[in-house]
Design a protein around this ligand. Structure first.
Ligand code: ADP
Ligand code: MG
Length: 250
């Protein structure tokens, strides 16, 4: 479980987050949605400690995180898996080296154990045998899956994915969503996905939080979205022609 209380973050005069409260449960995929520039990535970065919030607290289960110093954060960091917006693979490293890098940083496994673990994770994301390939030799969907393999190699308790579907075709996007959902169940981890893809939200979102003008404007399940009367949420959701068509059928 992750809980945020009263998170605020400004960049200069730009007040991006204005007192966000939310709770994200273990074993579920929670989604943070909102328009471009609404602060989704900023919130995610405040939660994982890549940004320091100006105000507010973040709890990883019982442990408050923002008040901890670098050293004190290490045990929680080891329990976090993160898939970055652009997959963030090291281009000069092979697939296997990209995963070993994370294990070298965070685990005390021996060399052969690390390789076994890398192979296991690659198999888990359906990329067995790609160890020696370089990122430039992979499709967008494959890169995401390597990013996911790297994110899960430490068996994370907390999994964060920033726009896991960006740049993918719809069929591949669904496969990535299903993978994230399966892994969340398997590890019973607290998963937070940032997205503006309504397809994903309708497919996966157990809990959805809509950010608008720096505030949590709406929260609920993906099924509640279609019945919501909240204007800014409707404007966001039904800007998609597909969603608009769905609403007419309901
Ligand atoms: P989203 O992920 O919802 O598209 P972001 O969280 O990336 O939005 O950005 C929200 C706002 O914060 C934007 O106005 C963006 O320009 C600003 N912002 C994000 N990161 C920084 C930064 N490191 N320095 C200054 N401004 C930033
Ligand atoms: Mg973003």
């Amino acid at each position: 479980m992750i809980k945020v209380e009263n998170i605020s973050k400004s960049f200069g005069k730009n007040e991006v987050l204005k007192g966000i409260d939310a709770k994200f449960d273990a074993g579920k995929v929670s989604m943070i949605i909102g328009g471009s520039g609404s602060g989704k990535s900023t919130l995610l970065k405040c939660i994982v400690g890549l940004h320091e919030p100006d105000e507010g607290e973040v709890f990883f289960d019982k442990q408050e995180f923002t008040s901890l110093d670098f050293e004190q954060r290490v045990p929680i960091r080891k329990e976090i898996g993160m898939l970055f917006q652009n997959s963030a693979l090291f281009d000069s490293m092979t697939v296997e080296q990209n995963i070993l890098f994370a294990l070298d940083m965070f685990s005390d496994m021996g060399k052969s154990e690390k390789i076994d673990r890398a192979n296991y994770c690659l198999k888990r994301v359906n990329l067995a045998g790609t160890n020696e390939l370089y990122p430039s030799e992979l499709s967008g969907g494959m890169k995401k899956r390597v990013g996911i393999a790297r994110a899960i190699c430490m068996s994370p308790k907390y999994l964060f994915c920033d726009e896991p579907n960006s740049g993918l075709d719809p069929a591949t996007a669904i496969l990535i969503d299903e993978l994230i959902q399966d892994l969340t169940e398997e590890y019973q981890c607290t998963t937070i996905v940032v997205t503006h893809d309504m397809n994903s939200v309708m497919g996966v979102g157990d809990y959805v939080m809509f950010l608008y003008k720096g505030k949590k404007y709406w929260e609920g399940s993906n099924q509640d979205i279609l019945r919501s009367e909240a204007e800014a949420l409707n404007d966001f959701v039904f800007a998609s022609p597909l969603m608009n068509a769905a609403k007419k059928v309901l």
